[in-house]
Design a protein around this ligand. Structure first.
Ligand code: HEM
Ligand SMILES: *[C@@H]1O[C@H](CO)[C@@H](O)[C@H](O)[C@H]1NC(C)=O
Length: 331
């Protein structure tokens, strides 16, 4: 009897401990604003400082980091997988044509990470650094700041092949874009809102030259593209040129400012990509384009909220993740 009693006590204790473990891992699965408050008080401040420093040298790091966060989150969740370098046995995400040579801003992440490793070794994940840096980049270019829930772990896998199946190419139409974003849990309206990221930054000619030359067998030029704008783009992007240095601003009127210029471009048939201009071809998305163009503050708030949501896609918070000590290599 006595033996049975102690056995059931042990059983009870074991199941209690199991319950606690489950509970704590469930709690852990949620990101928290101010996650580093007690463990690395200056984490967000240092990231912001490095974004500012990088921006002073080259203001292109701001669009670069906003896009990098998007490309991180859409491939294997926001786990810093986009930051990992290729090795002799693995071609990483960053070396896929979707990311190379166009992604930029890696040096800002590296600088923040090395300062944070000195200050609080092994505490702040690369995925969180990127999420903070994207927020700071939105803010530094005139968008709204927002709180970034944190506590992401870094992933240990980065495969170039996975970018092609997850990242939308610029040739997609509105239905395909809607589907692509729905796959990541977004509504069509959030897709339109997030597309406004294209209000800053630049594009290589190769991302839209299909619209300028040999569009299809009957028209050489995409008829949904304003003809004056097309002529200007052709001057900057000669047919057949493969020069990887040829780039154009995506929102020429204010390429360094997070404003609603992107939506005004679309209204004027000056959306740069098929995936931009196509938003005018569907009643619901066209209404949102017009509403955003009319109401900058509305769009800025919706954009901030959608960025927070994007930052939570498939985050790693438990065992399979780690805190990388160098954002470019798994531990
Ligand atoms: C809707 C589907 C999207 C497509 C098809 C798309 C496609 C592209 C392409 C082709 C480029 C140009 C790359 C180059 O040639 O240099 C680009 C740039 C950019 N994208 Fe997107 N994108 C999409 C959504 C987003 C989202 C959701 C964000 C962020 C919220 C974003 C932010 C940016 C930024 C900031 C740039 C400029 C990058 C720089 O200047 O370095 N994009 N995008
Ligand atoms: C070429 O593009 C135009 C405009 O989008 C379209 O009306 C036409 O049907 C297309 N032709 C072919 C052969 O795809």
């Amino acid at each position: 009897m006595r033996e049975m009693g102690s056995k059931s006590t042990v059983k009870l204790l074991v199941s209690l401990v199991m319950m606690l473990v489950c509970l704590s891992s469930q709690l852990e699965a949620q990101l928290q604003v101010g996650f580093y408050r007690n463990t690395c008080k200056l984490a967000e401040f240092i990231v912001k400082e490095e974004v500012r420093n990088g921006f002073k040298i080259d203001n292109g790091v701001a669009p670069g980091l906003v896009r990098m966060h998007f490309h991180d989150c859409f491939v294997r969740g926001c786990d810093g997988s986009v930051l990992i370098d290729s090795t002799s046995s693995n071609t990483a995400e960053k070396d896929s044509p979707a990311n190379s040579p166009s992604l930029r801003g890696f040096e800002v992440i590296d600088k923040a990470k090395s300062r944070l490793e000195v200050l609080c070794k092994g505490v702040v994940s690369c995925a969180d650094i990127l999420a903070f840096a994207a927020r700071d980049s939105v803010q530094i270019t005139g968008g709204l700041g927002y709180d970034v829930p944190a506590g992401r772990k870094d992933g240990r896998v980065s495969l170039a092949s996975e970018t092609l199946t997850n990242l939308p190419p610029p040739t997609l139409n509105v239905d395909q874009l809607t589907q692509n974003f729905a796959n990541k849990g977004f509504t069509q309206e959030e897709m339109v809102t997030l597309s406004g990221g294209h209000t800053i930054g630049r594009s290589h000619c190769s991302s839209f030259s299909n619209r300028l030359y040999n569009f299809n067998t009957t028209t050489s030029q995409d008829p949904s593209l304003d003809t004056t704008y097309a002529t200007q783009l052709k001057q900057k992007c000669p047919q057949g040129s493969t020069d990887p240095n040829l780039v154009v601003p995506m929102n020429p009127a204010s390429p360094d400012t997070t404003d609603v210029g992107y939506y005004m471009d679309i209204q004027a048939n000056r959306g740069l990509f098929t995936s931009d201009q196509t938003l005018l071809t569907n009643t619901a998305t066209a209404n949102q384009v017009n509403q955003n163009a009319r109401d900058p503050f509305l769009w800025k708030r919706k954009f901030a909220a959608a960025m927070v949501k994007m930052g939570q896609i498939d985050v790693l918070t438990g065992a399979p993740g780690e805190i990388r000590s160098n954002c470019r290599v798994i531990n």
